[in-house]
Design a protein around this ligand. Structure first.
Ligand code: GLU
Length: 411
């Protein structure tokens, strides 16, 4: 993933003729904090050594910002790539943050809630020196949620001796979380999908949508697509998915999943694997699960007009080129899934002001910023004759470059 993030930067830097000093500087993160710590399992006798990371890519424009993920594949390269992408996301959305990301290399599904709580508290105490409301602000990502944010906030606050809600975003509402934050990434994905439909001659309310992923992003994206009149024909979770060409009843599907813990077996739909789902005929494909899903092995088989990336890094570099050749438009992750960090920014601002907004206000502000960012990227793509991904990168890199140039080099 790190190689993918750097290759994307290199290709963008080349296309835009980026100053080589800045180019070189942006290829590596400014700070990387690697920790290992002991973790006691519920049986008390087993103590495992666990690895954790917090990478801060760019400290030029303000505090750093980005999620913390719990996943077995987490390593320094992956977290660094994700931190780099956060930098572009924040710059595209004009948020006063640089990119960061953190992660712990564990499988959260194999742990009890109390084990997840212990890991979270110990990991937080390991990274306390590098995080803080004006330093680096974590948020949820793959395998973490509001409750994990609450434990981080509590652990940090215990150490400081007073409540510091601003140390994380994506918190529960009662601790200073923002209305609309939990659906924000999915909402941003659907706003981008609608805008892309308008620009590329599709009609969103009549489109067929396939969503890979039924986590925070996929679920909200599917529900919102349905609300806006599109037909969600397939959706999957980690175990596999369900497909009905006439459209899925999302309410019934959500109750089924809540009751059975999985989507599979849902009556009135055919079962599909997480690979098959990507090749189903549709207008809009939303990969909203994990990285590396659309590769050179399946990019030729995709049967959609538009890919809107809800996940981070779902498309490899080779697949990107194949999709471009085939005329399939890709709305890149750094634009499409930036709704999450945007409402995180709203949460941070509301916390600083101690003045909280209604859900409608949050959603309206998000819509305005997402549409503006989409239009800026789309305009740049047309003007320079490049893909939306290249245009999004150029816009992000250009803003970062300007900030770096204005601050200058110390000493
Ligand atoms: N983890 C999310 C992302 O990848 C959100 C980060 C945040 O809200 O700071 O964009």
């Amino acid at each position: 993933m790190y190689r993918l993030a750097v290759a994307q930067l290199d290709s963008c830097a080349e296309q835009m003729g980026l100053d080589s000093n800045v180019w070189e500087r942006l290829r590596t993160p400014q700070r990387a904090h690697v920790v290992s710590f002991p973790f006691r399992r519920d049986d008390y006798d087993t103590v495992e050594t666990v690895f954790g990371y917090r990478v801060q890519h760019l400290l030029t424009m303000g505090p750093t910002k980005g999620g913390i993920r719990y996943d077995v594949d987490v390593d320094l390269g992956e977290v660094t790539a994700l931190a780099i992408w956060m930098t572009w996301k924040c710059a595209i959305m004009e948020l006063p943050f640089g990119g960061a990301k953190g992660g712990v290399r564990i499988d959260p599904r194999a742990l009890s809630r109390s084990e997840v709580q212990r890991i979270t508290r110990r990991f937080t105490s390991e990274i306390i020196p590098v995080i803080g409301p004006d330093r680096d602000i974590p948020a949820p990502d793959l395998g973490t949620d509001q409750q994990v944010m609450a434990w981080i906030m509590d652990t940090y606050s215990q150490q400081k001796g007073y409540a510091v809600p601003g140390v994380v975003t994506g918190k529960p509402i009662q601790l200073g979380g923002s209305e609309g934050r939990s659906e924000a990434t999915g909402r941003g994905v659907i706003i981008c999908a609608s805008e892309a439909c308008r620009e590329y001659g599709l009609h969103f309310p009549e489109s067929r949508v396939v969503v890979q992923g039924f986590g925070n992003v996929g679920r909200a994206a599917a529900e919102l697509a349905d609300e806006r009149g599109a037909r969600v024909v397939a959706i999957s979770d980690v175990g596999g998915g369900v497909y009905n060409a006439n459209g899925l009843d999302l309410e019934a599907l959500a109750s089924w999943s809540d009751e059975h813990g999985e989507l599979q077996g849902f009556p009135g739909a055919d079962g599909v694997t997480n690979h098959e789902i990507l090749e189903l005929p549709c207008d809009i494909l939303i990969p909203a699960a994990i990285q590396n899903q659309i590769t050179e092995l399946n990019a030729h088989e995709l049967d959609c007009k538009l890919v809107v990336e809800g996940a981070n890094g779902p498309t490899t570099l080779e697949a990107d080129a194949i999709l471009a050749d085939r005329g399939i438009i890709v709305v890149p992750d750094i634009l499409a899934n930036a709704g999450g960090v945007t409402v995180s920014y709203f949460e941070w601002v509301q916390g600083l002001a101690q003045f909280f907004w209604s859900e409608q206000e949050v959603n309206e502000k998000l819509e305005r910023l997402m549409v503006k960012a989409f239009q800026a990227v789309h305009y740049m793509a047309k003007e320079r004759g490049v893909s939306l991904r290249s245009a999004a990168m150029m816009l992000g890199v250009e803003r970062v470059k300007e900030a770096k140039r204005t601050r200058g080099v110390f000493p």
